[in-house]
Design a protein around this ligand. Structure first.
Ligand code: ADP
Ligand code: MG
Length: 327
């Protein structure tokens, strides 16, 4: 008990020792929280399942940027899995890989061999949008557009990006998810500029949280108030030992409504290497279910969170427990 308490103290004191990062949410974070909750409620509350599903193709697309500040926290993994889940729910989804020079959304989706043209080719007049937009063969209502080829020099401007997203919108996609590059420089600004909504991805680590806080401020400064939080690589075992911040702690610190919490899972790495998003696995893992739940919440279909402490049980196990008990 004593050890647990001291661990908690040391985590908290580390956090408060970061410059401008109080343990208690700042007034700015509270104000942001209130504004973002209002935007979140305005968008999702009252939207019934049927309303969203029957959304006609000619209504305005929802343009959502997936961002984080820090690299390697799971933006691309989130974009691929949320995109695939939403497409499986019947929506038309376009995924835009705005990570210039370090493109890898195509790899996660297993579409790397089909990227012949990119948005840069469209801007330079080398091809049409429909030639650069790759349709996924598994789910025809999912498409991918890469902004540039790897190692290509970046010269897409903010205006180019806006025009590009406007053209994609005209094709009648319900959702356009933009995979944002790491950092907060020109690539980040270009990627967020066409978006009306954002998903901030973070891991429960102080470095990632501080970057997420900075990014949340920048989103607000760029008039993006509809922001949701996705906490990735959560380790319930470490949280129980007070070696990791809980999802609730992270959410309260950032003052952003929670979209989802994804557990740390080696299956994520396996699925990346196979080019098959986790949510396509026949035998869903806890992280796959967590991504599916986050996708359902994004479309306003579900408002509860799965318990990361409960291991996922297959149908066989559930039936077995029903007859034999679960001891
Ligand atoms: P980013 O796009 O933010 O740079 P990625 O999505 O490429 O991050 O993920 C970085 C690495 O972390 C990848 O190797 C990925 O497989 C791994 N990863 C992401 N999420 C998880 C998770 N929940 N569990 C285990 N590994 C993960
Ligand atoms: Mg990435």
């Amino acid at each position: 008990m004593k050890i647990t308490f001291s661990c908690k103290i040391s985590l908290c004191s580390r956090l408060s020792s970061i410059k401008n990062y109080p343990r208690v949410p700042s007034r700015l974070a509270i104000r942001r929280s209130v504004r973002m909750c209002q935007a979140f409620n305005n968008t999702f509350c009252g939207a019934t399942v049927d309303e969203t599903l029957s959304k006609p193709v000619d209504t305005e697309s929802r343009v959502v940027v997936v961002t984080s500040g820090k690299g390697g926290v799971g933006k691309t993994t989130t974009t691929a899995n949320l995109g695939m889940s939403i497409a499986r729910l019947g929506y038309r989804v376009a995924l835009i890989d705005a990570d210039i020079g370090l493109r890898n959304l195509d790899l996660l989706l297993g579409l790397e061999n089909r990227v012949l043209y990119t948005a840069m080719d469209i801007v330079e007049g080398q091809c049409r949008l429909d030639q650069a937009l790759i349709r996924d063969k598994r789910w025809k209502n999912l498409a991918l557009l890469a902004i540039s080829k790897n190692r290509q020099k970046y010269n897409v401007t903010r205006k180019n990006m806006q025009n590009l997203i406007d053209s994609v919108k005209e094709l009648g996609f319900h959702f356009i998810l933009i995979d944002c590059p790491a950092g907060i420089d020109v690539g980040f600004i270009n990627a967020i500029s066409p978006a009306q909504e954002a998903i901030v991805v973070t891991t429960p680590e102080i470095t990632a949280i501080r970057d997420a806080d900075r990014v949340a401020g920048l989103l607000e400064a760029n008039d993006i108030y509809n922001v949701k939080l996705l906490v990735n690589r959560v380790r319930p075992d470490m949280i129980q030992k007070n070696d990791m911040m809980s999802v609730r702690d992270v959410q309260e610190m950032l003052g952003i409504p929670l979209l989802g919490a994804i557990p740390e899972d080696t299956n994520v790495i396996i699925s990346t290497n196979r080019g098959e998003p986790l949510v396509l696995n026949k035998k869903l893992t806890l992280s796959g279910i967590a991504f599916e739940n986050a996708a359902r919440r994004l479309i306003g279909k579900q408002d509860y969170f799965i318990d990361l402490n409960t291991p996922y049980k297959g149908m066989f196990q559930k039936v077995q427990e029903f007859f034999l008990g679960n001891d």
